[in-house]
Design a protein around this ligand. Structure first.
Ligand code: GLN
Length: 474
């Protein structure tokens, strides 16, 4: 039994006076303190959170509207601009950076009465799958402290699993919400590209980045999606969301649901326990009357290679703004501007950011652009069209979230290629721009294991509704 009820109930209890926003914030801060050793949190916004909680309680006592999420505490990954603490993206180059404005999603959550209590750890700039690339140290897996929580939103997933708050925000460029969700045993939702504003969130790969919630259930994810999605003219990449009312999920009948099992996601390289676990869920789906069949997405095998060309290309461009001149770390003994750029960037960035800047600059450079960047774009288009074909036959696609469960701290850190392989399944949804969710599907070898469900673009409500039903049969 969780110490938090569903998000709807938590807000209801505050609105009806069963509890107060202040009591919720204090409860959250207490757990954060008690579970400090996990290093899920790298900054707290306690003072601001307490002040906001008091404002909300006052509104309620005066009979004023306090919002759909009145007094519900949450934790934001530290790449969201938030008032009340520094925003660092877990990188030394941004230590001490005080955001001049807040992310649109934070503003939207605050407008509905939610309260940000802390900032979660991540791989610096969201580059990674384990939080080991954080300049604030690794987050420990909540179930086994010798293992990683996944990444890059590892602090957010661990915080929800450790019950520090009813939900957390993450970002997902190649799997960073879903992978840690599967490693920590929480729900992780990656929405359709473009339906949640990225204004005020530190950019990684702009054609891939999305924002989404980490929660304890698909319904809770729907509630957060309802609040954070929708057009914002400060993010020019947005599309209209096709559906509304994500907070009222449909009662889907699994009978007759067309489920495609992606063949390539259960082939070599997948842990046998994970494979068996997915097969068990598939058997349950069949028992519930779903029409399950295998589907092949041959180009998805190239997804990882495509991602690790396109993503670094975009990273190299997005990270060029950190030059030590306007904000963040600046080398103060430079004799000229060139030296200031060079030393600020080489001291401020960690190894992984540097690796991505070098790869990205290389694949975009004249003479190599056609061989790498352009070719990767062409294969990306092929992957998109294979998914479109599959969705003509299937309502949803299913597979494991990752080929393995939480690995040991230190196990992959010296081998970037091995680390990149953790993303082999999740990157497809980012390349395609479609929604995807990881839901807990029991333990494998004593560790949480997630299954991933995917649906066509702008079918977010449908996917969340299906996930809610599948949660009942896993
Ligand atoms: N693990 C992937 C990477 O390192 C994904 C990161 C992300 O989604 N932010 O790029």
């Amino acid at each position: 039994m969780s110490i938090w009820k569903s998000i709807k109930e938590e807000a209801g209890d505050v609105i009806t006076g069963k509890t107060t926003a202040l009591a919720n914030v204090e409860k959250s801060l207490k757990i954060i303190k008690e579970k400090q050793e996990y290093n899920a949190i790298i900054a707290n916004t306690a003072d601001r959170a307490i002040a906001r909680a008091k404002e909300i309680d006052q509104k309620i006592s005066k009979g004023e509207k306090a919002g759909k999420l009145a007094g519900v505490p949450f934790i934001a990954k530290d790449n969201f601009l938030v008032f009340g603490a520094d925003t660092t993206a877990a990188s030394n180059i941004l230590k001490g950076f005080d955001a001049p404005y807040q992310s649109t999603v934070i503003e939207k959550l605050e407008a509905e009465g939610a309260i940000c209590v802390a900032k979660a750890n991540l791989d610096a700039f969201a580059h990674g799958s384990s939080t080991e690339n954080s300049d604030f140290g690794t987050t420990l897996n909540p179930i086994d402290k010798t293992r990683v929580p996944g990444g890059s939103s590892g602090g957010s997933a661990a915080a929800v699993a450790l019950e520090m708050a009813p939900f957390a925000l993450g970002t997902d460029t190649g799997g960073s919400i879903r992978l840690p969700a599967s490693f920590c045993g929480t729900v992780g939702y990656k929405p359709t590209y473009g339906i949640v504003s990225r204004n005020g969130v530190i950019a990684m790969g702009s054609s891939l980045d999305v924002i989404g919630p980490l929660t304890s259930s698909a319904s809770d994810a729907g509630i957060i999606m309802e609040v954070i999605s929708g057009k914002d003219n400060r993010d020019s990449t947005m599309i209209d969301r096709a559906e509304k009312d994500y907070d009222q999920l449909d009662n889907i009948d699994l009978k007759g649901l067309k489920v495609g099992v992606v063949k390539e996601y259960l082939e070599e390289g997948i842990d046998s326990g994970i494979k068996a676990n997915v097969e068990r869920v598939i058997a349950n789906l069949e028992k519930a009357g779903a029409n399950v069949a295998e589907v092949s997405l041959p180009s998805s095998k190239s997804g990882l290679a495509v991602y690790y060309v396109l993503c670094p290309a975009e990273v190299s461009s997005n990270l060029s703004r950190y030059d030590g001149q306007r904000y963040g770390y600046s080398y103060d003994q430079a004799k000229n501007l060139d030296e200031s750029y060079e030393k600020s960037r080489s001291h401020g960035f960690g190894d992984e950011a540097k690796r991505r800047i070098m790869i990205g600059t290389y694949v975009l450079s004249s003479g190599y652009y056609d061989a790498y960047y352009q070719k990767a774009q062409l294969v990306r288009t092929k992957i998109i069209s294979e998914f479109e074909q599959a969705y003509k036959k299937f309502d949803i696609l299913i597979g494991p979230t990752a080929p393995m469960n939480a690995f040991k701290i230190g196990e992959n850190i010296d081998d970037p290629l091995k680390m990149y392989l953790t993303d082999v399944i999740t990157v497809s949804a980012n390349l395609v721009g479609s929604p995807a969710i990881s839901i807990p599907a029991g333990l494998v070898g004593g560790l949480p294991s997630g299954i991933q469900l995917m649906a066509p673009q702008n079918k977010d409500k449908f996917l969340l509704s299906v996930a809610k039903k599948i949660e009942e049969i896993v």
